[in-house]
Design a protein around this ligand. Structure first.
Ligand code: FAD
Ligand code: SIN
Length: 534
């Protein structure tokens, strides 16, 4: 098998992975260079789809804002399950990192006077969200980072290459990663003493999602298989307003929360407003509250969607402020002149994941995680809008600092086993090739119907039964020796972890809602009092 070695190997090329690569490349003492491995094209990721924006706490130019207010909003949305120190760290570093992005050439939208334009999103107590290209924030950031990464002499990129196994030696120290290139049907062992998971989210574990095809939960599964600690696995965020396309596409385009931030109202199928019945902040309630309200309203009226009424914004202003959403709606045959956009909830973001500390270290030495795959503790039971891109870049920047102080000479080899290949060649039934597509559809349907917005013991047990069946079918087959096969394995492992954690949490809080238990945990006021004492 081919092998190579690098000072740092980054798995994933979203905002977290690319920004880390650029920050780490500022260290001129790296002997063995930086490798970014990504399983599709460089810019194929959740980050590119981000619309609403990125939080930036800049009291010097956004006069009424401050860290306390942002941390308070983050903890209220997260129902107090957040790690207070992490929330403060990320908020305090936001303006510094945003200025670094601007210095790299990321152009955020500005007002006519040339000052940065801040917008409002649900559950923020004031406008503090920067956006770019109107509603193409993620694309603007991702395109700039990708352009710089391609130009860098210190960063090598492998596109179309999937990481399939972490190489951990017998003392449980990570020494690299095994990658698979489906085009050449070949494996390569990459040795490195700094392996970073930046593999993004898990949306594709669900039937309906805003996430692209690459979001198959790979990083969570790789870390789990290597024995890393996981946390908060029951907390999956469902975005309230994904576009219900006339063709019923399962990867659903997002209709940003900023649309409600700018004044749009939710109406049920009978064109009646309903959010005031569910929360005092109505359309601007925390995301989990709005998603469940829509879910209940759809059930009550036996409908498949509700509507966003954009008339309070005005069509011309809407088109100007949300050019991408306007194009998406037009492409999908939505007549915006009627002012009503059909929407319904979809799996959007994963608050749980690979547990890391504030140095982005997982429980396995030399293995780090940043971005959506990591569980830093910032989000608690429910993420506040636009905190995710911020977490990606602040944590990437911090990790680059940590790595700059380490000896990153690459190992020459490792003393463990490459499990996946050995298992593969040991298996008896190598030719029993299974159609992974059918199994993935079974998995996604079972998760959507039983481990989604509203959960119960019976439903979760049912999901686990289906997942066990899929595992049984795949166990004795050659199913994993393909990109789709590895993705199925990874989704299966993560889906089981989500369903098990949801079964074990016998109360409702934030994004985790159990209809069969009476205990609803409060949004923990004592934690909020702690924040106000900063
Ligand atoms: P990603 O950007 O998803 O990148 C993951 C990368 O890892 C991809 O390149 C993928 O191909 C690669 N990868 C995965 N597995 C493997 C593997 N096994 N081997 C090799 N490569 C692999 N957040 C905000 O803060 N503001 C917003 O406005 C916002 N809007 C959003 C809109 C949409 C439609 C979506 C889906 C999300 C939005 N979010 C938003 C959330 C935010 O975009 C993501 O949480 C964030 O971009 C995640 O970045 P990341 O770098 O961790 O992962
Ligand atoms: C959105 O624009 O509504 C998404 C924002 C986010 O996920 O943070």
């Amino acid at each position: 098998m081919k092998y190579s070695k690098y000072s740092t190997v980054i798995i994933g090329s979203g905002a977290a992975g690319l920004y880390l690569a650029l920050c780490a490349a500022r260290n001129k003492n790296l002997k063995d260079g930086i490798l970014v491995v990504t399983k599709s094209a460089l810019n194929e990721c959740n980050s590119r789809l981000a619309q609403g924006g990125i939080v930036s706490v800049m009291p010097e130019i956004n006069k009424n804002d401050n860290v306390t207010s942002h941390v308070m909003d983050t903890i209220k949305a997260g129902c107090g399950l957040n790690d207070f120190n992490v929330a403060r760290f990320i908020s305090e570093n936001s303006s510094f990192v945003i200025e670094d992005l601007i210095s790299l050439g990321v152009e955020f939208d500005r007002n006519k006077d040339g000052n940065l334009a801040f917008t409002l999103e649900a559950a923020h107590s004031m406008p503090r969200i920067l956006h770019a290209g109107g509603d193409s924030t993620g694309k603007v950031i991702e395109d700039k980072l990708a352009e710089l990464v391609r130009k860098s002499d210190s960063i090598e990129v492998y596109e179309g290459t999937i990481a399939v196994e972490l190489l951990c030696d017998n003392g449980k120290v990570c020494r690299g990663v095994l990658i698979y290139n489906p085009n050449t049907d070949s494996y390569e062992a990459i040795y490195s003493n700094a392996v970073v998971l930046a593999t993004g989210g898990v949306g594709q574990v669900y039937e309906y999602t805003t996430n692209p095809d690459v979001a198959t939960a790979d990083g969570v599964a790789l870390a789990y298989l290597a024995g890393a600690e996981m946390s908060d696995m029951e907390f999956v965020q469902f975005h309230p307003t994904a576009l219900k396309t006339p063709v019923g596409a399962k990867n659903m385009p997002l209709i940003s929360e900023a649309v409600r931030g700018e004044g749009a109202k939710l109406l049920n199928i009978n064109k009646e407003p309903f959010m005031h019945k569910y929360h005092q902040k109505a359309e601007l309630a925390p995301r989990d509250v709005v998603a469940r309200a829509i879910f209940h309203e759809m059930e009550r009226t036996n409908s498949k969607n509700v509507f966003l009424d954009i008339s309070p914004i005005g069509l011309e202003r809407f088109k100007k402020r949300f050019p991408s959403i306007t194009s998406i709606c037009t492409e999908c045959g939505i007549e915006l002149e009627k002012n009503l956009i059909p929407v319904s909830p979809a799996a959007h973001y994963f608050m749980g994941g690979v547990k890391v500390n504030l140095n982005m270290e997982t429980s396995i030495e030399n293995l780090y995680a940043i971005g959506e795959v990591s569980r830093t503790g910032l989000h608690g039971a429910n993420r506040l809008a636009s905190n995710s891109l911020l977490e990606c870049v602040v944590c990437a920047h911090k990790l680059a600092e940590i790595l700059a102080h380490r000896n990153l000479d690459a190992p020459k080899s490792f003393d463990g086993n490459v499990k996946s290949i050995l298992e593969l060649y040991d298996a008896d039934i190598l030719n029993d090739i299974i159609e992974t597509g059918i199994l993935r559809r079974m998995l996604k349907k079972a998760m959507w119907e039983n481990a989604g917005i509203v959960r119960s013991e019976a439903g979760l047990s049912n999901a686990l039964r289906v997942l066990d069946d899929i595992q049984l079918i795949t166990r004795n087959s050659r199913v994993y020796a393909s990109k789709e096969g590895y993705e199925l394995r990874n989704s299966l492992i993560t889906a089981k972890l989500i369903a098990e954690a949801a079964l074990n949490r016998k109360n409702s809080i934030g994004a985790h809602f159990r209809e069969d238990v009476s205990e609803v945990l409060p949004r923990i006021e004592s934690r909020i009092a702690e924040v106000s004492r900063i």
